[in-house]
Design a protein around this ligand. Structure first.
Ligand code: SF4
Length: 315
């Protein structure tokens, strides 16, 4: 599960991928769902049979009490084996590390580009040493930018170094353009040339490359599939991408009862349900019985568990 704890951050990286809806706010999201009460966090983790959680932001250390509270809740509910990693652009102090001990298993540091050429003299390396001595798994996770090889001297102090392919986004497009960066093609957000910047660093065995395509198409799809398998209704069709597809019938107020009666008589129990002023059912049943069912009819494809609507196709 991805747990976004705050959109606030002490930094203003030019490549920041945060959306304008999340930037600067204190709304918490578990995957794509806003979390108002702590129970929703466990519900979302249950929905996807989460084996672990990645805590992200913004800067999670700006709300450390909130972070440790959530971690405690997750560990209490799922057991200590529920793996938790935390991203931070700060170098956690000894006090912060002590506070997270036993709750966070792994820390992923994001040192800013400006300090890569003096990385061994930075607080990040001192923090990495401390974290390691205290039993954390510790690594660096940065976007692919020119100059990545400057991080090679840091490798002996780390368990891993992850590089994320630099990505074009709505909020960083202006900065990308002003630096002459362009998307590699029309279909993906990856920036042309980003893989080459990482070539030298990627020769080291502790270094992992995460492509934009892998993040989008593999990680997201696998997460959606797990959520869909746990939350889809009997009549929802789960697609290979992990989205769900179902049919919607919107009868007029006068025709609603008639439609419900028809469904109860003709369709199998569990193959439809009434939701407010409309009915939802297997899309193929709606298509098959379209002539008998008066009203507006369409097929919806969306992320599971009332997630984002991907496509609406009129019938
Ligand atoms: S540290 Fe992360 S969240 Fe903060 S500005 Fe930089 S990229 Fe954005």
């Amino acid at each position: 599960m991805v747990l976004f704890v705050t959109g606030r951050c002490h930094r203003s990286c030019w490549y920041c991928p945060l959306s304008s809806e999340r930037k600067g706010t204190d709304t918490v999201y578990a995957n794509e769902h806003p979390v108002d009460v702590p129970a929703q966090l466990i519900e979302e983790a249950e929905n996807m049979s989460a084996l672990g959680t990645g805590i992200t932001g913004g800067e999670p250390l700006l709300c450390l009490d909130k972070v440790t509270g959530y971690c405690r809740q997750l560990k209490d509910h799922f057991g200590t084996g529920h793996h938790i990693h935390l991203y931070t652009a700060k170098a956690p102090s000894e006090t912060e590390l002590l506070q997270m001990k036993g709750l966070v298993d792994e820390i992923r540091l994001h040192p800013p580009r400006e300090c890569w050429n003096t990385i061994l003299d930075t607080e990040y390396i001192r923090s990495a040493k401390r974290a390691r001595e205290m039993g954390y798994a510790i690594g660096i996770e940065v976007p692919a930018l020119p100059g990545l090889e400057l991080l090679i001297p840091a490798l002996p102090y780390l368990d891993f170094l992850n590089i994320n392919e630099l990505e074009w986004g709505d909020t960083n497009a202006f900065e990308m353009r002003s630096r002459g960066y362009e998307p590699a093609d029309d279909l993906h957000n990856a920036i042309h040339g980003a893989r080459e910047w990482a070539d030298e660093l990627c020769r080291h065995e502790k270094v992992h490359w995460c492509s934009s395509a892998f993040k989008d198409s593999v990680q997201l799809r696998e997460r959606l599939k797990r959520i869909a398998e746990n939350t889809a209704r009997p009549f929802d069709e789960i697609t290979p991408d992990g989205t769900i597809v179902y049919g919607v019938l919107e009868p007029s107020v006068h025709q609603k009862e008639l439609c419900i009666q028809f469904c109860e008589q003709v369709l199998e129990p569990g193959s439809f349900e009434t939701r407010g002023d409309h009915l939802e059912m297997a899309w193929w049943l709606l298509e098959k019985n379209a002539d008998e069912l008066p009203g507006k009819k369409y097929v919806i494809e969306r992320y599971p568990n009332d997630g984002m609507i991907v496509e609406v196709t009129p019938l």
